[in-house]
Design a binder for this molecule. Structure first.
Ligand code: F6R
Length: 606
């Protein structure tokens, strides 16, 4: 999704801004632009396409020590040079970059046109530049406050003005902005990834907060001009986490990190003696935990699917009714919020707008919401009443892998804690802890099969359409497998409940449509094998992700055996080979694995 970078200081801004933008490329974008403010005013370069192409076109005299840049993911108007940010007013005195969506853009565009202005682009952002230029306030801060007062919608916005060359003024409402503090220079960005090469001393803006950034420092305030006295803090992030190293992609690097990060999310949270988990961050005592009557999990995309795995874990271990719902749908059905329900928001980025809005809906109605979040200090993490950080480290690839694994483990820890204040026995608690401790090693075993999985994936890559099927615990695994496959291989991959196949989709099975069946060695294995026979009878090619003990008899199916753990924990192990299948199919097809078309890492617009 769109990215913002800004710099004020003693150095030339353009190279620093461009470097920052390349660090945001993984978020997904279709055009890029940069503006610098020097002695001869504002200069702008922007175009459709990659940041490196933009860098190659900059003239020598593209100079200025204040600069802003942007990567755009089209919302209003197609991806082209004109719609790329930064946008300016008619006189070229103001330059604006913006993430988010202005809901009343059409009305504002009309008013500006009625006032005699020609709008150059189709974007909502351009109106901000004209509104800032049209304000009669005598400071840039006042002009931006004026402009934002007329805007409805979400924004992370950064503005420069030729009459105020020493500063960038920024504002946040729904789209992240982080200020980076350097030595007599300041940075701003929508994502830490663009800052960590220069500084790890940062300040996250809150919604409703604005900031002025000059080489000497920053001040934060609100639209009524009262100071918010925000101080910068140091984040514990290794800049190397944003480097793919010897890997051909971040996705590959991140898949291989899974054993390490899985061990990390468990560290210090398992109580072997009492067979339980300790999650201090939930901010809930035993009595409050016991009072929970229901659990509702909210997330989007893969986070929603892993939420479904989490709901099964909670129901099985704690015997509390639990379900997961797409956060993007939740608030639109005027949900009933119950005081004895524990709401759980699950998100890698902690910035997904749909999940954030769901949390706000819950809190508006007095519900308690905790978060399973990877990015420390992110918007959802800060809005929740408590939570579990996932400690997966920065996840750069658009396709989520290691964060997803740690989400599952976060749910396992939560289920264990909820279970042990109810009827889960100490022996069962210990059984699960042994299973959890074995998981990192078992993930490693699966990753070691990469060559075998790569060959299978190359076979699948030729299919235009595939089914992923599973039952009960296996169904969210199938959903996640299909999701990963479609988003990076661009093949049509559909997940179905194995039991539902013959109620419709069986009509699509042919020798050209492979089915990937999730078949754990559980009480449903026979039923799964029976469904696979029905597919085989229609000449459908079959691949089973399964356990050693499952007998497929005469069935002509390729099998991938994963190590078995406790049945409740098996879903995550069954998921890992599906990541490798998607990755190798996409690689074979020559796709850009980390930046799949049309997708973005943090979906910060609705
Ligand atoms: C798929 C994927 C997305 C995200 C979804 C939610 O591989 O990464 O489906 O899971 O956009 O993102 P977060 O977890 O940041 O809320």
């Amino acid at each position: 999704m769109c990215g913002i970078v800004g710099y004020v200081g003693g150095q030339q801004a353009a190279p620093l801004v461009l470097e920052g933008l390349t660090r945001l490329e993984h978020r997904g974008y279709d055009s890029a632009g940069v503006a610098v403010l020097g002695t001869s005013g504002i200069k702008i370069a922007k175009q459709k396409g990659r940041v490196r192409d933009l860098g190659g076109t900059l003239p020598k005299r593209f100079q200025g020590r204040t600069g802003i840049g942007h990567t755009r993911w089209a919302t209003h108007g197609p991806a082209n040079d004109v719609n790329a940010h930064p946008h300016t007013d008619a006189k070229g005195l103001v330059a604006v970059v913006h993430n988010g969506i202005i809901d009343n853009a059409a009305a504002l565009r009309q008013q500006l046109t009625d006032d005699g202005l020609d709008l150059a682009s189709d974007t909502d952002t351009e109106v901000i530049a004209h509104l800032v230029a049209g304000s009669e306030q005598d400071t840039l801060e006042g002009k931006l406050i004026d402009a934002l007062g007329r805007i409805e919608g979400t924004y992370g916005v950064a503005v420069m003005h030729a009459d105020f060359p020493d500063r960038i003024v920024v504002a946040r409402n729904g789209s992240p902005l982080i200020i980076g503090v350097g030595e007599k220079e300041m940075h701003v960005a929508s994502d830490l990834a663009a800052l960590v090469r220069y500084t790890t001393t940062v300040a996250h803006l809150d919604d409703g907060e604005m900031a002025t950034i000059t080489a000497a420092g920053f001040t934060t305030f609100t639209a009524d001009r009262s100071s918010t006295h925000k101080a910068a803090t140091t984040v514990d992030i290794d800049p190397a986490a944003y480097d793919a190293g010897e890997h051909d992609s971040f996705m590959h690097k991140e898949m291989l990190e899974q054993p390490t990060v899985a061990a990390r999310v468990l560290r210090g949270r398992l109580d072997e003696r009492f067979g339980t988990a300790h999650l201090g961050g939930l901010n809930m005592g035993a009595r409050e935990t016991r009072a929970i009557k229901r659990v509702k999990i909210l997330g989007c995309g893969s986070a929603y699917y892993v939420g479904q795995m989490g709901a099964s874990l909670i129901e099985e271990l704690a015997r509390i009714p639990a379900d997961a719902e797409a956060a993007s749908e939740f608030r639109y059905r005027n949900p009933i919020i119950e005081p004895d329900t524990l709401y759980v928001a699950v998100s890698q980025s902690g910035e997904t707008i749909d999940t954030l809005l769901a949390v706000q809906e819950i809190q508006r109605k007095g519900g308690r919401c905790v978060g399973l979040i990877n990015v420390v200090g992110s918007a959802i993490a800060r809005e929740c009443d408590g939570g579990i950080y996932l400690h997966a480290g920065p996840e750069v690839a658009v396709a989520s892998t290691k964060a997803l694994t740690n989400m599952f483990l976060g749910f396992a820890l939560l289920a264990l804690q909820l279970g042990r204040v109810r009827d889960l026995s100490i022996a069962d608690g210990k059984r699960l802890i042994a299973g959890l401790n074995a998981l990192p090693g078992q993930i490693e075993e699966i990753l070691a099969k990469e060559d075998e999985l790569s060959e299978i994936a190359i076979g699948l890559a030729g299919a235009e359409s595939l089914f992923f099927i599973g039952r009960v615990r296996g169904f969210p695994v199938a959903r996640e497998g299909a999701q990963k496959f479609k988003e990076i291989s661009y093949r049509h991959a559909e997940a179905y409940q194995t039991s539902e196949l013959k109620h419709g989709p069986l009509a699509l099975i042919s020798d050209e449509v492979p089915t990937i069946a999730i078949v754990p060695n559980d009480e449903l294995a026979d039923r799964n094998v029976a469904a696979m026979h029905e597919i085989a009878a229609r000449r459908g090619p079959l691949l089973a992700v399964t356990h050693e003990g499952v007998d497929f008899g005469e069935l002509d199916a390729v099998r991938i055996d994963v190590p078995a753990n406790e049945p409740e924990l098996d879903p995550i192990l069954l998921t890992i080979p599906l990541q490798l299948l998607a990755y190798h199919a996409a690689r074979h097809l020559g796709h850009d694995i980390d930046k799949p078309r049309n997708l973005a890492k943090s979906v910060t617009v609705e």
